[in-house]
Design a protein around this ligand. Structure first.
Ligand code: FE2
Length: 361
């Protein structure tokens, strides 16, 4: 099949936050990212600061306004700290932007060139759900570090073995999932690789629907969730209420040693949703033989699921922000290309226990 919108990869995930210095410190000390770039007053940026963090192929940027009345501040005021931009690396920014608009995308910002002595970077942006956007970026003509006017930093973190972004999930309003599925198909040439309905993902109280969209080259995967009617408020409804609309719900980071990665994260204070003991008692029957020791998985709360091609191990953190919005998944794939359907029920019961504690179930 022809790829109508070639995307090389996710270049980086851009967060708007209240205090970029402290966010960078948290991600450095908990997730083990290296702080590798900085832009701020010292480098000539008069209105905002930006920190670049890296680990494996993962790049994340935290930006914060440093003056009253900055437009970024009103967005942070509304949503709290949030993922504002999932940036794509593309061959030709101008072509991609024009093609996207021609297929129904709305402009977030027009193509622009940013430059310094090391060359230039071309960027444009298209609107996604809510205040989220996709920037389209090409830095083939840039020889410097990350983006123009970034100063190289060397503040290493103690890495935890995460290598790349496996997928990035959006929560949208009731009835909007298919709109965004079609948007990804029409505008970016993605295809729907897996669908889950409320029979797959439901508990006694809540349910949701989800469709996984994947790019032409298969390297970029975006599941999209919408709430489904249940007896009580679903976690998606809770997100939409506290976030103030649709947005990025979780980012899954891939490791090839999940026990090491999760042990490190737990030792540094990241909290995870824990499956009940009964989950592990049922595990051998559900997934068959696996390499890992079940007691070790149970102690850490790691979940396992199997599909036709192999199995995967995964775990979900509690929200990393004050609001019950953004969280992380750690995923270790051993052949499986799916998303842990068999874990949803066990997992959602764990999420609902948390929601009940927050009084939002
Ligand atoms: Fe996920």
């Amino acid at each position: 099949m022809q790829d109508i919108f070639p995307i090389r990869k996710i270049d980086h995930i851009h967060h708007y936050v209240n205090n970029a210095r402290q966010s960078a410190y948290y991600y450095q000390h908990v997730f083990g990212f290296n702080i590798t770039g900085y832009r701020g007053l010292e480098t000539g940026s008069r209105d905002q600061v930006d920190y670049l963090l890296e680990q494996g192929d993962i790049k994340i940027v935290f930006s914060a306004p440093i003056r009253p009345g900055h437009p970024m501040a009103s967005k942070i005021c509304e949503h709290g700290d949030f993922v504002q931009d999932i940036v794509f690396d593309v061959d030709d920014v101008d072509w991609a932007y024009k093609a996207a608009l021609g297929r129904g995308a709305q402009s977030a910002y027009e193509p622009k060139t940013i430059e310094d002595d090391n060359g230039s970077v071309r960027m444009a942006g298209i609107k996604l759900y809510g205040d989220t956007i996709h920037s389209l970026m090409n830095r083939d003509k840039f020889k410097g570090h990350f983006l123009p006017n970034f100063r190289r930093e060397n503040q290493p973190g103690d890495g935890i073995g995460i290598m790349e972004i496996d997928h990035c999930v959006g929560n949208v309003e009731l009835g909007k999932m298919n709109f965004w599925v079609k948007w990804y198909e029409d505008v970016l040439g993605f295809r729907n690789m897996i669908s889950f309905d409320d029979k797959d993902i439901s508990t006694e109280f809540t349910s949701l629907m989800s469709k996984v969209m994947t790019s032409g080259n298969g390297r970029v995967k975006f599941p999209i969730n919408e709430p489904a009617a249940g007896k009580k408020k679903s976690q998606i409804d809770e997100y939409l209420e506290f976030f103030g609309g649709p947005g990025v719900q979780h980012v899954a980071l891939r490791t090839d040693d999940i026990i090491h990665t999760v042990s490190r994260l737990q030792a540094r204070g990241l909290e995870f949703l824990m499956a009940p003991r009964s989950y592990y008692d049922m595990l051998p029957d559900r997934v068959g033989k696996i390499d890992e020791d079940i007691e070790e998985l149970a102690a850490l709360g790691i979940l396992v699921d199997r599909d036709d091609e192999g199995y995967l191990l995964q775990i979900f953190s509690k929200p990393v922000t004050d609001r019950p919005t953004l969280f992380y998944e750690i995923i270790h794939r051993k052949g499986a290309k799916s998303f842990g359907k068999g874990n949803f029920k066990a997992l959602f019961e764990a999420i609902e226990r948390e929601q009940a504690l927050r009084g939002t179930l």
